[in-house]
Design a protein around this ligand. Structure first.
Ligand SMILES: *[C@@H]1O[C@H](CO)[C@@H](O)[C@H](O)[C@H]1NC(C)=O
Ligand SMILES: *[C@@H]1O[C@H](CO)[C@@H](O)[C@H](O)[C@H]1NC(C)=O
Ligand SMILES: *[C@@H]1O[C@H](CO)[C@@H](O)[C@H](O)[C@H]1NC(C)=O
Ligand SMILES: *[C@@H]1O[C@H](CO)[C@@H](O)[C@H](O)[C@H]1NC(C)=O
Ligand SMILES: *[C@@H]1O[C@H](CO)[C@@H](O)[C@H](O)[C@H]1NC(C)=O
Ligand SMILES: *[C@@H]1O[C@H](CO)[C@@H](O)[C@H](O)[C@H]1NC(C)=O
Ligand SMILES: *[C@@H]1O[C@H](CO)[C@@H](O)[C@H](O)[C@H]1NC(C)=O
Ligand SMILES: *[C@@H]1O[C@H](CO)[C@@H](O)[C@H](O)[C@H]1NC(C)=O
Ligand SMILES: *[C@@H]1O[C@H](CO)[C@@H](O)[C@H](O)[C@H]1NC(C)=O
Length: 896
């Protein structure tokens, strides 16, 4: 009999029909060494702040402009202007003119204040990609931000220009106790700000918890668990005195399977990543810590991340990559981190379209944008394009120079940057501080990131009871891929043999490699700035042996990955042979066995696939356990008849072995689902890393040619059958889905899922081009609901994850189906529940590149509901006919 934590098992055979409303999720509202990338800096000439560079790139046709290689003028860093002479006093009105160029030639001249193009110095040159967007929208103090922005304005009003500038400029690499530090302003009693990695716990500190990875949290498909994990993480940051926690991560959009940092992120589907982002931001900020949505934007791989341009079309940008950031803004995220890469040939941290246009205008983001560590490439240009804070503050680590700091002060005084922009930068920095209540009773920094054994580390222990949530999320995120004839759960086996180094404790200890850049035992975290130090690490070997005491099971092992003979003899005659595999990845600044962040292959490390085959040669009951940072290729053994069960455990954190035992022995019924698709062939994934031509282009072009077809969308649209599809995962029980229904909702009674802009204008038909238009209330209020009855038809309790996919009308240009809902529910044997999926206008909208707004395409929609995966060939379905939509067409999606 299986049971789950804290719940008594109900007797089977009784039918409980429980009606629940699941759409009001708001009831549980939910780096470097900071992204330290010693950058090889093959960057185009970084223009000094005094010369007033600007990121404005070319003008743009906003319809699909796919730009490839040579057509692109390299990064649009440019020269220009300032009206007025250098002085010690900022001009009352600065009239800033921007000259936009492509390294060699000036192309356009812009009036910053009006955002109007004055002239085109190279008429006929159509190298359009990242359109300019000026001026930088000022924060407005809407919704939950009203008091925070008011307080921030009052605070900033008493500051001198130098003090305001100090709020925008980190003190420099290793210049303080945290990975990023804003200096104090003692005159007004402000203690400064501490910024610290990582998305899964406090980095460079002791007395902290090593939580499961972000990808594991996504694999739970459980909003409540995402929230609980983030709340616990937030509490630890607060306990250490950290103002800004550098997470959650929300890249990993499902294009590159080998992408190094995807274990820090939330999987290959933007809707899932958006929910994970929302509940992670809520959790961290409910603990009183500012969250940081990162990395903005299109930082989808480690390879050449500091030199390459990610080139994407407008619709894909909105529908795939921007969505998790939209959900973060709806969760009132305080800060956003701009990324290393260029976006359509303009650096992400000085890309006015991305920062001013998408983030601060369309999404109405009210907090601050801070740079990834050393991701800034200009002073005036980045300030005008919407960057609010430079991290860690120096141009390159320890260079002693800054684009901001004294140079920003000078730029204001000579009229290159309007004083109003610096005021807005300072207000945005302080607004996040007040938003989460850090002005009252916030703990002082009590650790010392770069000097852990020094006198400033007070060794404050902040772990509380968080090991319990680590263990629970670890179990809930473990995905059962194969389970022949009820191999699992284990029932008091007489004997078990554990094979492979991943079963045992790391030889050098859990923190033996700096920033976890190496693996010589069980793998529970990837490498890079997204790491914490483990306080301890429970290996599978330890946890299984503790269980063996109870069951009187004989346990033997061989932890040598390469001794195939020893492996074979160890499992001979043993009831259950378990082979442990891993595959690791991380951040670019560490090279592990030739893997420079991204993985060089998708197969097991240390010849693990050979180990499985050697064991399967002698044992007919082989259970494979995989610890991995993303999709893996299991083709060499997955169909082997002796491989009877396969568990994908991801990177589960410090309780790894315990979480695994909960699953293996049925104390926790597996319910983790794949947050990405596993292909049969590596070439089946939508995009590949370029492993060749590494030394040619100084600015490699990464063209997002697959457009909307990331992860399962690509497999579906190209009719490629995956090994295991997105959303897939088995249970020890089974579920029946019946009775799918569609309901039109009375809007007056409904709540928006997340915060929104409350201006009346945004409910009006024509108000699409306003600040916050993509967060309009009308767009996000649930308009329809789909219900389905789910029943547990097996003998044990279990959790099911019904998923809702939308098929857009023919001809709308969308992939065959896209995720727009999921719920994880727990059911006792024979218990049934109705699950309700809300659908807003936004959920059915596509980004219209010509209208520059969200639009519901004309035609009939089909809604699919399934517990299987995106690839279920017989899902329940219901159609949403066009006459349910206003006027039979969706041009105006607000007026009905
Ligand atoms: C900052 O200003 C100083 C003095 O004008 C100048 O030498 C330096 O190049 C500037 N630094 C940057 C990064 O613009
Ligand atoms: C910049 O634009 C000019 C036309 O004004 C063009 O001749 C030149 O090749 C472009 N430079 C680059 C680096 O693309
Ligand atoms: C720029 O636009 C602003 C606002 O429309 C206007 O006041 C200013 O005169 C313009 N400056 C120039 C140089 O055209
Ligand atoms: C474009 O405008 C700038 C700034 O007003 C001026 O310096 C430049 O001469 C103009 N170029 C052309 C071709 O009109
Ligand atoms: C600004 O910060 C620097 C340290 O980064 C400090 O030396 C300086 O005194 C500060 N200036 C003001 C006006 O607070
Ligand atoms: C599972 O059971 C079926 C039917 O009893 C049998 O044919 C098959 O060989 C079994 N598979 C394994 C892996 O034991
Ligand atoms: C894949 O990469 C890992 C790590 O570098 C290495 O151990 C393994 O041998 C590689 N696999 C193959 C098939 O090359
Ligand atoms: C791209 O990355 C590869 C592998 O790290 C490196 O060899 C190459 O120099 C990089 N190219 C650029 C332009 O950064
Ligand atoms: C933020 O605003 C939403 C409504 O817009 C409200 O439901 C929520 O409680 C607010 N959150 C906080 C922390 O005030």
């Amino acid at each position: 009999m299986v049971r789950h934590f804290g719940q008594t098992v109900m007797s089977p055979g009784i039918l409980f029909l429980v009606w629940i409303t699941l759409f009001a999720h708001s009831v549980f509202p939910q780096a470097q060494q900071p992204d330290v990338a010693p950058s090889s800096d093959a960057t185009p000439s970084a223009t000094s702040s005094m010369s007033g560079s600007s990121s404005a790139s070319q003008a743009a046709s906003t319809t699909f402009v796919f730009v490839s290689g040579t057509e692109i003028p390299s990064a649009a860093v440019t020269s220009s202007s300032a009206v007025g002479n250098a002085s010690t006093v900022a001009p009352a009105v600065a009239t800033v003119t921007l000259v936009v160029s492509n390294h060699t030639n000036p192309l356009y001249t812009y009036n910053y204040t009006s955002g109007i193009q004055i002239n085109n110095t190279s008429p006929g040159v159509n190298n359009s990609f990242s359109p300019p967007f000026y001026p930088s929208p000022e924060t407005r103090g809407k919704g939950n931000w009203t008091f925070a922005v008011e307080k921030a304005r009052t605070f900033v009003a008493q500051l001198t220009l130098e003090e305001k500038v100090n709020l925008t400029t980190g003190v420099g690499w290793q210049g303080g106790r945290c990975v990023g530090n804003i200096p104090p302003i003692e005159r007004v009693g402000f203690d400064g700000l501490c910024l610290e990695d990582a998305p899964l716990g406090v980095r460079f500190a002791d007395g902290v918890t090593a939580f499961p990875s972000g990808l594991n949290a996504a694999a739970t498909f459980d909003r409540q668990l995402m929230y609980e994990r983030a709340l616990a993480i937030g509490e630890e940051f607060r306990g250490k005195g950290v103002n800004i926690a550098l997470g959650p991560g929300m890249n990993g959009g499902g294009r590159v399977a080998a992408s190094g940092r995807q274990w820090e992120m939330a999987g290959g589907d933007p809707y899932l990543a958006g929910e994970a982002a929302y509940y992670s931001v809520k959790g961290i900020q409910d603990a009183g810590v500012q969250a940081c949505a990162k990395h903005y934007i299109l930082n989808e791989q480690e390879r050449n991340r500091t030199t390459s341009s990610s080139n994407v079309d407008d619709a894909t940008m909105h529908e795939i990559y921007l969505h998790p950031f939209l959900r973060s803004v709806q969760a009132d995220v305080a800060t956003v981190m701009c990324s290393y890469n260029l976006v359509n040939s303009s650096w992400a941290c000085q890309n006015s379209k991305a920062l001013n246009g998408l983030l601060k205008h369309e999404l109405g983001f009210q907090g601050q944008v801070l740079s990834d560590w050393q991701a800034q490439h200009s002073g005036v240009g980045s300030a005008l394009a919407g960057l609010d804070q430079t991290m860690p503050g120096d141009v390159t680590f320890l260079s002693g120079d800054s684009y901001f700091g004294a140079n920003l002060t000078m730029a204001v005084n000579n009229g290159s940057v309007p004083l109003a922009r610096v005021d807005d930068m300072a207000v945005r920095v302080m607004a996040g501080f007040f938003l989460v209540g850090q002005d009252e009773g916030f703990p002082a920094v009590n650790f010392d990131a770069f000097n852990p054994n020094g006198p400033l580390n007070e060794h404050v222990n902040v772990q509380e009871g968080h090991a319990e949530i680590v263990r629970k999320v670890g179990a809930a995120s473990t995905i059962l891929l194969k389970n022949e004839n009820g191999t699992l759960p284990l029932r008091k086996p007489k004997s078990i043999a554990l094979i492979g180094s991943d079963a045992g404790p790391p030889i050098r200890g859990p923190n033996g490699y700096p920033d976890r850049g190496g693996v010589d035992g069980t793998l529970a975290m990837g490498w890079g700035s997204g790491t914490t130090d483990f306080p301890y690490l429970i290996s599978p070997l330890e946890a299984i042996q503790r269980r063996a005491i109870i069951d009187k099971t004989l346990v033997d092992w061989s932890l040598n990955d390469f001794d195939l003979e020893l492996a074979a003899s160890t499992v001979t005659g043993v009831e259950v042979a378990m082979v442990f595999l891993n595959s690791d990845s991380g951040e670019e600044y560490i090279n592990v066995d030739g893997n420079i962040g991204d993985r060089n292959n998708l197969t097991a490390w240390h010849a693990g696939d050979d180990l499985v085959l050697a064991v399967a040669n002698v044992s007919s009951n082989v259970v494979v356990v995989y610890h991995q940072p993303g999709p893996v290729n299991m083709e060499r053994w997955i169909e082997h008849p002796n491989v009877t069960a396969v568990l994908l455990a991801g990177l589960p954190g410090q309780e790894s072995g315990n979480s695994l035992v909960d699953i293996l022995y049925g104390d926790y019924n597996p319910s983790g689902r794949l947050p990405f698709t596993i292909a049969r062939n590596d070439s089946d994934y939508p995009a590949q890393l370029e492993y060749i031509n590494t030394n040619l282009d100084p600015e490699p072009q990464v063209d997002y040619k697959e457009r909307l077809n990331v992860d399962y969308r690509h497999f579906l649209s190209s009719s490629i059958s995956p090994r295991y599809g997105f959303g897939y995962g088995l249970s020890y029980t089974s579920f029946n889905l019946t009775n799918v229904q569609l309901h039109s909702l009375d809007q007056s009674a409904l709540q928006v899922r997340g915060n929104y802009w409350q201006d009346e204008a945004f409910t009006a038909a024509n108000a699409t081009n306003e600040v916050g238009s993509s967060l309009s209330k009308a767009l996000h209020t649930p308009r329809w609901a789909v219900t389905v009855d789910v029943q547990n038809v097996g003998g044990v309790y279990g959790c099911d994850v019904p998923q809702l996919y939308v098929a857009f009308p023919e001809g709308s240009g969308e992939p065959p189906r896209v995720l727009r809902g999921f719920e994880r529910i727990t059911l006792e044997p024979w218990q049934a529940e109705q699950v309700r999926f809300p659908l807003s206008r936004y959920d059915l909208a596509i980004w219209d590149t010509e209208l520059q707004r969200w639009r519901i395409p004309e035609g009939d929609f089909t809604i699919y509901v399934t517990s299987q995966s995106a690839f279920d060939e017989n899902p329940l379905s219901i159609s949403l006919p066009s006459d349910w939509l206003p006027n039979g067409k969706g041009d105006d999606i607000y007026a009905w």
